[in-house]
Design a binder for this molecule. Structure first.
Ligand code: GLN
Ligand code: ZN
Length: 757
C-alpha cells in the first residue's frame, strides 16, 4: 500500500512553548521534570496532528530540547572531555553545557561550535572528534520516545542521523586523522541502536544521510557502501533519506545501497526522479518528497498528482509520499494567523497544513481524483487565485525589470578614478575609523518602538524620541573622534524586517516562527509579490543624523541578496528575478539618500555567502546574479558617492573574485575572531578596493586593547596598502552595552591615531 509519512515536525510549538519552557529552565524558574513534561506534551500533540491526518508512519526522534545533531552525539556518547562526562547516560544538563557552555547543574565549559545546517537558517551543534575516540550508547531519549509514542498508538518510524553525515558534519578537534577512521568504533554503536529499536518492535527506521546531495570525495562514497553493508542484518527496514538537493553523481550509489527504501527531494530536484527510477532495484521503496519542506506555499496538488501517477506506474505500492525534508524549516500552524490578507493566507501551508496535503495526495492516488473533488477544488482555487492575483504581479515593476541594462549595473568610472574624487571631498586621514551601523539597542529604544506598535505613543512622539537617540549617538561618535559616523539604527528591530515592512510584495506573520538554534526562533518575512518601494525608507533618519554633524554620516541599507536569503521567497519565479526587484527598490533608496546629501552609503550583505548552493558547480550562476543585484543597487550614484558593503564572515578565499566584482568602494568584514586569517586570501588575490578588516569581536563583551588593534592592523598592512585600509569593529554593536562600546571604540580610535604617526 502507498504510504504517506513525514521526515520531521517542528518541535518548537505553535506558540513557541518549547522556547519558553527552555528559557524558564535555564533561568531556574522551572525544574527539569516540568521541562520534560513540556517536551512530552509537545510530542504528543504533534504526533496526534500527524496521526489524525492519516500518516502511515510518523517520525520519532525529531523532537529535541536543543538540536537533533547534538542528540545524535549524545546517543553515541560523543561528549568532548572538557564537559567531564565519564560514561553512563548523558544528562540533559550535560547537553545544555555542550550547547551553551552552561546549565543549571555542572561546571561551565566552552560551548561546542554551532554552524548552519546545509543551506538552511537552522544551526546545529558541531560534533567534535578526538584521536582514539570511543563511542557507546549513552542516551535513552530515542528509545524512551519510541516507547512513549507506541503507548499512544502512534505508528512510529524512529529517525537518526546516519553515521556518514554525522561524521561529515563534525570536526576533528585534537590530533590529525581522517574522520573516516572513526567508523570502526562508531558502527557497533549504530548497530546497537538498530538492535534496540528492533527489540522495541519497530518495523521501519529512517536514517538521514543528507550529505548524499553534496559533492563527495571518492573515499566517502566508498564508505557509504561498506557502512551500509555492515549495518545490514538488524532485522529492521531502513529508509535512507536524502534531501535539500539532487543525488547527482551519487544517484547510483544511493539507489544500490543495501537498504529497503530511499527518500529523495522532489521539490529541489524533481528532475532526478527519472534517474532514480532507472537505478532503483525493483524491490525497493521510493519515497518522493513532493511537498516543500523549506517553504510556506500550498502545494499544487494536481501537478504533484500528475507525476505521482507516473511514478506509481513504475513503482506500484512501493511508492511513498512525504514532504521534501523535515518540516522543521517551516512554521507550525497557519490557522493561528488572523491578520494575513485572506487571499494571501489561502496560498499558504505551514507544517500542520502540509501534513493535510499528504493525506489528500494519498487518497486521490488510491481512490482517484474524482473521489477527492472537494479537497482538490479548494486547492485548485487557491493555486489559481495565486497565479492570477493582482497582488503578485505589478506591471510597473515588470517593466522596470525588463529595462535593466548593463549600464545600470556599473558605476560611471572605475574604482581608482572614483577613489580620487572621493578623497578630494572626504579628506579622511590614513586609517579612517568607522563602525558597522548599529549602536546598543537599549531598553529605552525597544520600549519606544513597542509603544509605537501598540499605539501608546503618536508617530510624532516616536520620531522625536528616535531623533533624541540619534543625537546622542552622533555626539558620542564625535567625542570619540570617529571619522565616518552612523545614525545608530535605533528604529530597526531587525535588518531585514525593517525593510520588508516598508516594501510592497512582503507580508509578515504573527506566529510564523522557525527554529534557528536552541530556543532561538526567527520569523522570516514572506515575499509573495512583485516588490516596489512606495516611499523612502531610511532617508529622513539619515539626513537628520547628517544635519547634526560636519563629518560624513554613512547611510545604512540591507542589501538585496540578504533580504532575499532571510525571507520565505515566492516560488513562482526565479530567485534571481525576485532579487533584482529588491535591488531596483533599494537602488531608488540609494539615489534618494545621495540626493538628500548622504554621500557615503553602506549596503550590508551579511547573508551573501550563505546563499551559496550546496553544489560547487552551481556557485557561479548564483554569484553572478547575486553580484549583479548588488551592483544594480549600488551603481546609480555619482563617482563621488562612496559605497560601502559589510559582511559578517571571513571565509572569503573561495569567493574572492565575486566579492571584488561587487565593486564596493569599501568593504568591512569580520576577521578578528580568526586573527586576520582572512588576509591569507589576499596572498593569492589582489583585492582592488578599500577594506576594513574588523579589528575586534563584537560578539564578546571583552574590550580590545589599543596595542592588540594596532598589531592586527599592522598585520593587515602587510597584505593591503595602508591607503586602502579602514579601522572598524567586526559587526554592528546593537547587542552590546554602552560602557564597553565606548571603551572599545576609544581604544580603536587611539589605535588608528598611533598607526598614523
Ligand atoms: N548594519 C548592521 C548593524 O550594524 C549590520 C548587521 C549585520 O551585519 N548582521 O547592525
Ligand atoms: Zn555583520
Amino acid at each position: 500500500m502507498i504510504h504517506i509519512h513525514n521526515l520531521g515536525f517542528p518541535r518548537i510549538g505553535a506558540r513557541r512553548e518549547l522556547k519558553k519552557a527552555l528559557e524558564a529552565y535555564w533561568r531556574g524558574d522551572i525544574d527539569a521534570a516540568t521541562l520534560e513534561d513540556c517536551g512530552s506534551e509537545l510530542r504528543a500533540r504533534h504526533w496526534k496532528i500527524q496521526a489524525e491526518a492519516g500518516l502511515d508512519l510518523i517520525p520519532v526522534g525529531d523532537f529535541s530540547f536543543y538540536d537533533q545533531v547534538l542528540d545524535m552525539s549524545a546517543l553515541l556518547g560523543a561528549v568532548p572531555p572538557r564537559f567531564n562526562w565519564h560514561g553512563g547516560k548523558v544528562e540533559l544538563d550535560t547537553m545544555f553545557r555542550m550547547a551553551r557552555g552552561r546549565a543549571p547543574s555542572g561546571e561551565p565549559a566552552a560551548a561546542c561550535e554551532m554552524t548552519k545546517w546545509f543551506d538552511s537558517n537552522y544551526h546545529y551543534m558541531v560534533p567534535e572528534f578526538y584521536a582514539g575516540q570511543d563511542f557507546s550508547l549513552a542516551s535513552s531519549k530515542l528509545f524512551d520516545e519510541v516507547a512513549e509514542a507506541q503507548a499512544l498508538g502512534v505508528p512510529v518510524k524512529p529517525m537518526i542521523l546516519g553515521p556518514l553525515s554525522w561524521l561529515w558534519l563534525g570536526k576533528v578537534r585534537e590530533g590529525a586523522f581522517d574522520k573516516l577512521e572513526l567508523l570502526s568504533a562508531l558502527l557497533p554503536v549504530y548497530a546497537d541502536i538498530l538492535h534496540r529499536l528492533k527489540q522495541q518492535g519497530v518495523e521501519w527506521v529512517q536514517i538521514d544521510e543528507p550529505i548524499l546531495v553534496l559533492d563527495l570525495p571518492a573515499e566517502w562514497r566508498q564508505a557509504f557502501e561498506s557502512v551500509y553493508h555492515r549495518l545490514q542484518g538488524s532485522g529492521l527496514k531502513v529508509l535512507l533519506a536524502s534531501y535539500f538537493g539532487a543525488l547527482g553523481e551519487n544517484t547510483r550509489l544511493a539507489c544500490q545501497l543495501p537498504v529497503d527504501g530511499l527518500h529523495i527531494d522532489a521539490i529541489r530536484a524533481a528532475q532526478q526522479i527519472g534517474d532514480v527510477l532507472n537505478w532503483l532495484p525493483a524491490w525497493k521503496i521510493l519515497s518522493l518528497g513532493v511537498i516543500d519542506g523549506r517553504n510556506i506555499w500550498r502545494t499544487d496538488l494536481d501537478a504533484a498528482l500528475d507525476y505521482l501517477d507516473q511514478a506509481r506506474q513504475h513503482l506500484g505500492d512501493r511508492l511513498w509520499i512525504a514532504p521534501s525534508c523535515s518540516l522543521l524549516h517551516v512554521p507550525v500552524d497557519l490557522e493561528q494567523e488572523t491578520r494575513l490578507e485572506p487571499e494571501l493566507k489561502s496560498w499558504l501551508a505551514f507544517a500542520y497544513q502540509k501534513t493535510g496535503e499528504l493525506a489528500i495526495l494519498k487518497q486521490a492516488l488510491v481512490a482517484g481524483r474524482d473521489a477527492l473533488n472537494n479537497e482538490l477544488e479548494t486547492a485548485r482555487a487557491a493555486i489559481r487565485s495565486r497565479r492570477e492575483s493582482p497582488l503578485t504581479c505589478r506591471d510597473d515593476v515588470r517593466t522596470r525589470l525588463a529595462q535593466i541594462d548593463e549600464g545600470m549595473t556599473q558605476r560611471h568610472s572605475r574604482y581608482s578614478l572614483r577613489a580620487e574624487k572621493q578623497r578630494a571631498w572626504l579628506k579622511l586621514p590614513l586609517y579612517p575609523t568607522t563602525t558597522i551601523g548599529s549602536f546598543p539597542q537599549t531598553d529605552e529604544i525597544r520600549h519606544c518602538r513597542r509603544a509605537l506598535r501598540n499605539g501608546e505613543i503618536s508617530e510624532a512622539d516616536y520620531v522625536e524620541q528616535m531623533q533624541t537617540q540619534i543625537t546622542t549617538v552622533i555626539e558620542k561618535q564625535q567625542q570619540l573622534g570617529l571619522d565616518v559616523l552612523v545614525h545608530g539604527e535605533p528604529e530597526r528591530n531587525d535588518m531585514v524586517e525593517y525593510f520588508g515592512e516598508q516594501l510592497d510584495g512582503f507580508a509578515f506573520t504573527e506566529y510564523g516562527w522557525v527554529q534557528s538554534y536552541g530556543s532561538r526562533c526567527v520569523k522570516p518575512p514572506l515575499i509573495y509579490g512583485d516588490i516596489a518601494r512606495p516611499q523612502p525608507m531610511t532617508v529622513s533618519w539619515a539626513s537628520y543624523a547628517q544635519s547634526l554633524s560636519h563629518k560624513p554620516v554613512k547611510g545604512m541599507l540591507t542589501g538585496p541578496v540578504t533580504i532575499l536569503n532571510w525571507s520565505f521567497v515566492r516560488d513562482d519565479q526565479p530567485r534571481a528575478d525576485t532579487c533584482l526587484q529588491i535591488a531596483l527598490a533599494l537602488r531608488k533608496e540609494v539615489q534618494e539618500l545621495e540626493a538628500a546629501g548622504i554621500r557615503i552609503i553602506q549596503i550590508d550583505e551579511a547573508a551573501l555567502r550563505e546563499g551559496l548552493p550546496l553544489r560547487r558547480n552551481e556557485w557561479q550562476t548564483y554569484l553572478n546574479w547575486a553580484v549583479r543585484a548588488f551592483r544594480l543597487t549600488a551603481s546609480g550614484v555619482a563617482d563621488e558617492t562612496q559605497i560601502h558593503t559589510h559582511m559578517c564572515y571571513s571565509e572569503f578565499n573561495d569567493i574572492m573574485p565575486a566579492i571584488a566584482a561587487m565593486d564596493a568602494d569599501v568593504i568591512t568584514i569580520e576577521t578578528s575572531r580568526s586573527n586576520m586569517e582572512l588576509l591569507d586570501a589576499f596572498e593569492h588575490f589582489d583585492y582592488p578596493n578599500e577594506i576594513g578588516p574588523g579589528v575586534y569581536d563584537i560578539h564578546s563583551p571583552n574590550v580590545p586593547e589599543r596595542e592588540q588593534i594596532v598589531e592586527l592592523m599592522q598585520k593587515a598592512a602587510r597584505h593591503i596598502p595602508a591607503e586602502r585600509l579602514w579601522v572598524n569593529p567586526d559587526c554592528g554593536l546593537k547587542t552590546r552595552g554602552w560602557p564597553e562600546v565606548e571603551k572599545a571604540l576609544a581604544n580603536m580610535v587611539a589605535a588608528a591615531q598611533s598607526l598614523r604617526t
